[in-house]
Design a protein around this ligand. Sequence first.
Ligand code: ADP
Length: 594
Amino acid sequence: MKRILGLMMRAAGPYAPQFRTTLRISMLASLVQALAYATFIPLLAALAAQPVDTATAWFWLGVLAVLVAVEGVLRLRESSFTFDYWHLVTGEMRTRLGDRLRSMPQQELARRDAGDLTTVVGSNVTSAATGISSFSTLFVRLVTVPAVIGLVVLVVDWRLAMVLVVAVVVSVPLLRRLRFLSNTGFRRVDAANADAAGRIVEYVQGLPVFKATGQAGADSPRLAEVFDHQREANAESNRSASVPVAALQFLVQVAVVALVALGAALVLDARLTLPLLLAIVVAAARFAEPLGAAVTMTKLFEMSEAALGRVSEVLDTEPLPTRPNGRAPESFDITFTGVGFTYDGRTEPALRDVSLEVPERSLTALVGPSGSGKTTATRLITRFADPQAGVVRLGGVDVGTLAPEELMRHIAVVFQDVYLFDDTILANIAMGRPGATRAEVVEAARAANAHAFIENLPDGYNTRVGEIGSALSGGERQRISIARAILKDAPVVLLDEPTAALDTESEVVVQQAIDNLVAGRTVVVIAHRLSTVVRADQIIVFEQGGVVQRGTHAELLGEQGRYAQMWRAQTRAKNWRLAPTVEASFRRSARSAG
Ligand code: ADP
């Protein structure tokens, strides 16, 4: 209970004080409510007296009326939290999650899929907030009211109170069991829901591919599988909880019957008056009622606990630790010194003992077969994660001493898969430098060879990406991404050269755009084109996570190494620019080398 309360306090964030006050009000209201029930005892006793004790009866009736009124006022205050703060709490929680996601280490972000995060920020926040605003006060009521009534019954007749004590003692292990079962059940249901959400996102994104391969129906096997799993998890969760639920409800009935039976025996024995018994039975019914509701409540409570847990997990992910030393890079060469890196959950290192230098304002091409570590090397420059061994430096400054946003001010990245937001083309380019003027955006678009095609869109720069959607070709999307990078005007450019086959014309314009982007900057390019490789100031050849050769094209041709083999394979092949040929030749030579 303490743990859940702690989770709730954290999730309530800045509204924790209001939440705490609400819980106190709720406790007070429940106390008053229980006392109101308890006034039945003296009230009925006064009414049953021979002759009727009118004065006392009126007195207790008055007390009852006052208590009921006070409870009403308190409940009104209690529910105002639900109405006034629920949306504030959810909004604030989502903002905090958003902040966390932004500072989340890229590796961690890459590990979670979009559907999973959608569930956390969407429905998990809703359940968590509902738990905070509604279930918590209900829970307080469920605990407080029976406790106070139990005490009152104890004062009136300890033998009857014993029946209630026994009922509570017996139900505790049952409630525990139920809690355990529904807890594991809910976690499973929640995980199944997140899985399903992930698959749906994947499905929608991959719809064109599924259509092409004839898997687009709702019975697509990949979707059907997660839905089946989701249904089973729900059924299993309900099944496992049903026995303890029934047992608990039965127990409550038995307790009431036992109370009446014992009370009747005491009355017959003249050790208890009938009105007192009546009053106790009325109060005991109040005692049993919340116990029955507790069963349903437990489920709802566990649901919000699971949600709170998932929200907290995201809130708890620490940003990459930065060890600031007050130095900012002033020059922009990049060095790796003895860098070793293994991805979370992998045993094989992706990079081993890599040392390299990328001089300022030079073009360095990374080549090597797929999986050799080229992408990983560029990721470490942006602090996707920190290497386990060695140091990556920018302008002589360890990148681990720079906060990611500080570091990224100096680096523009152009990936192959260009992400465009559902906003105008103008806004999509302006992302490169928030606050850029329209004229600056247009200038960047011109340099990226994108101006002409943008002008031809229905609304020019104001065309919304969502409205033209897939009407943008691969080359056009790439040029938008290059325009972003040009606008950013960062001294370092990391470029994953497009591999997708573009038609000759787009290829020329994309290449020109890239040339404009890289001019005068420190550039690291994962090269797929021989033309890029040939004119690079330096070529670094990767193989199995290590650097096996480095030098200019001419130097490397002179050495009888991997690069020369690759070059020979390339020149034999008709199609020069096909990266897979390069990679195939690497794989062949790697195999023949053992
Ligand atoms: P390249 O860019 O040369 O194709 P990568 O740097 O992408 O090579 O991959 C190097 C190694 O790291 C490969 O064995 C790959 O499977 C692994 N790897 C790459 N990205 C991840 C990731 N996000 N999680 C786990 N392993 C990864």
